[in-house]
Design a protein around this ligand. Structure first.
Ligand SMILES: [Zn+2]
Ligand SMILES: [Zn+2]
Length: 250
């Protein structure tokens, strides 16, 4: 049977969808205005406006705080919210869109598709920043001569110069996905990765990735990049699959 590619439906929503008539305080009088009440959290009735075109329709913000040590306790880095400018001359502004405002007050406007793209980049950014912190933490405090800075103290294996030859297999830190309790695997893991350097692979730094049978595949830096991209997409799909399971349970 021929495989079919599922298509993503394009939802054409009307900018008038979800608009309700509410009261606003404009130039000293109460006037009826259209408001996207399905997300708008503005107090039009009590806030004072000079003109209906000045009325903003924005939803509750989601906040991103930055606890950096050279700022005050927990600086507001940016916040995002839904917005809709019903009387704008720009059709994109008349549609529900996402506004992201920097801590300094500068706002950027995103269509829903652009906001999806941007938030995907934020996820990658967060993952890469976390990679930097893990990188810094995994450096041993005192580098030992003949070893990599990431070698785990006492974990590296030296060969006997008289028998196997004069070599050192270097062992760095490991990260793994544990197998569920009832699942038997060789090392109790479904997937694991270790920073290492094996004399038989030329002595350079590599990453060894092992599946549940604990058979390892050694990857160099260039080989690791596409694997990282695939794993990031794999994790997104796992989350989507989990939502399907939840929906089926409901
Ligand atoms: Zn409103
Ligand atoms: Zn070592």
């Amino acid at each position: 049977m021929a495989a079919t590619t599922p298509s993503t439906p394009t939802v054409q929503r009307s900018p008038h969808l979800g608009l309700a008539i509410v009261t606003a305080h404009v130039s000293g009088i109460q006037v009826p205005i259209a408001c996207p009440t399905w997300f708008c959290s503005e107090k039009h009735e009590t806030n004072r406006f000079r003109d209906v075109v000045d009325i903003d329709h924005t939803g509750r913000p989601v906040n991103l705080y930055a606890p950096c040590f050279d700022g005050s306790a927990d600086d507001l880095f940016a916040y995002g919210q839904l917005g809709q400018d019903i009387y704008s001359s720009d059709p994109k502004m008349r549609e529900p869109h996402v506004r992201i405002t920097e801590g300094g007050g500068q706002a950027g406007f995103y269509t829903l598709d652009q906001a999806d793209t941007f938030s995907g980049r934020l996820t990658t950014f967060g993952s890469e920043v976390r990679g930097l912190t893990h990188f810094a933490r995994s450096m041993t405090a005192e580098p030992v001569a003949g070893h990599f800075p990431w070698c785990q103290p006492g974990a590296c294996v030296s060969g006997d110069p008289d028998e196997q030859g004069d070599y050192v297999d270097h062992v760095g830190f490991e990260s793994s996905v544990s197998a569920p309790q009832h699942v038997q695997t060789a090392e109790g893991t479904l997937l694991s990765a270790r920073l290492c350097s094996d004399a038989s692979d030329g002595g350079g730094a590599t990453v060894s990735i092992s599946g549940s049978d604990s058979n390892g595949t050694v990857l160099t830096g260039d080989e690791l990049d596409p694997v990282i991209d695939d794993l990031a997409a794999f994790l997104d799909q796992l989350r989507a699959m989990r939502l399907h399971l939840k929906a089926a349970e409901a």
